[in-house]
Ligand binder design. Sequence first.
Ligand code: 9WN
Length: 441
Amino acid sequence: MQDKALLNQAKEVLRKNHNGRFTKPAPNLYPHQWNWDAGFIALGYAPFAIGRAKQELNHLFSAQWPNGMVPQIVFGQEKEARYFPGPDFWQTPHFPGRPHSSGITMPPVHGFVLRRLLTKDPNAREDVAFYREKYQQILSLHQYLYEHRDPQKEGLAYVRHPWEPGTDNSPTWDPVLATIDPSKLSIPAYTRKDLQNPEAAKHRPTQEDYDRYVYLVDLFRQQRYDDAKIHERCPFQIQDPLFNAILAWSNESLYEVARWLKVDTGLVSEWMQATKEGLQGKLWNEQSGHYQAYDLFQERPLPCRTSSAFMPLIAGIPGPEQARRMLEQLQGPGFSGTPENPAFKYPTYDLRAADVDYEKYWRGPVWINMNWLLWNGLLRYGFTEEALAVQTDSLQLIREKGFYEYFDPRKNQPEGPGYGTHQFSWTAALAISWLAPIYPS
Ligand code: 9WN
């Protein structure tokens, strides 16, 4: 297929998933608005429908909590929609005039998204009100993260549920989830809806993990979403290199937007410095040459080599030697395969790990948003050839298999299908962001 046709198909995916108010991540499995999806989707709209890109962010931030938190899910109007947990289960406080939402957050992509919109918007100066408002809202989201998610003031925000870092089923969380034993806990009754979707059911998280997810949500609602009380009790509190690299990149982008708006950059500069120090001082593992997550509750590192371990590249955090060591790993057998068994760049988990799973949700497959992030990180360090290879592999997967949620990393499985749900919005959106500059409309 010609890439021009692929570009048009990608636009069609977004058009079909748009419901008049926002763009769903996928037609059936994910019927509401999701936080970081909205950011990636906005990047896809930016080159050809800047108004839609702004609408995504406006809708998402219409559900921002008074404390600054931006929720993981903003529920659509269909209360009975096919997703669990819905608003009745979350029981989050209802803020007048704001849509219902879940009670946790997701990676703060909005700063770098806003900065990108600004560069693509031909009429940015005429719409300064939009940029001013979003800047303030994103600033208050970051303020929330530094105030309520960084208890030891290390410049690192912690996540409190596997849904918050967006990489829900990553093996990184296994040792922490293992401390939550569902058979010894009282888990409220619930019915999963994700398994009703035959195309996705096979690769979804286990029942035991869902019990743990539900246990955590129940804990939050029992504490009435009080951050201090949750911090005292929650067994899942992790400083994740992906989440914090995104925070760092968004800080840097906010700094640039602040300069464009001619407003004070003092606070953002402090955050930039603090998070850089946190990533370099606490999350870098000198021995293995990559970043790693840290379990704040049990006070122990979680040295798991997933693709999140390389993400600080996006924010220019590593020095040249650190970056070189990470490039070597990305090009090596763990993330690029071997000559006999080559891999599409990049599996989300080291292919040599004993428990790597080529098909299972976040435990090995290629995800396009992770590729898009690493592509940016590689370009930033001048690793142009490697960045090009990531883009080429991503587009090949989409061209050959379709706009799937995730993909088998093995190149010698040419007949294999894409995995997860089909017509997945961010796969389409990020394909647009790669292809639109080649075929400007
Ligand atoms: C829970 C919507 C979201 C993505 C996440 C992805 C998946 C949800 C789920 O779908 O998570 O948030 O039900 O599994 O893991 O990254 O934002 O596309």
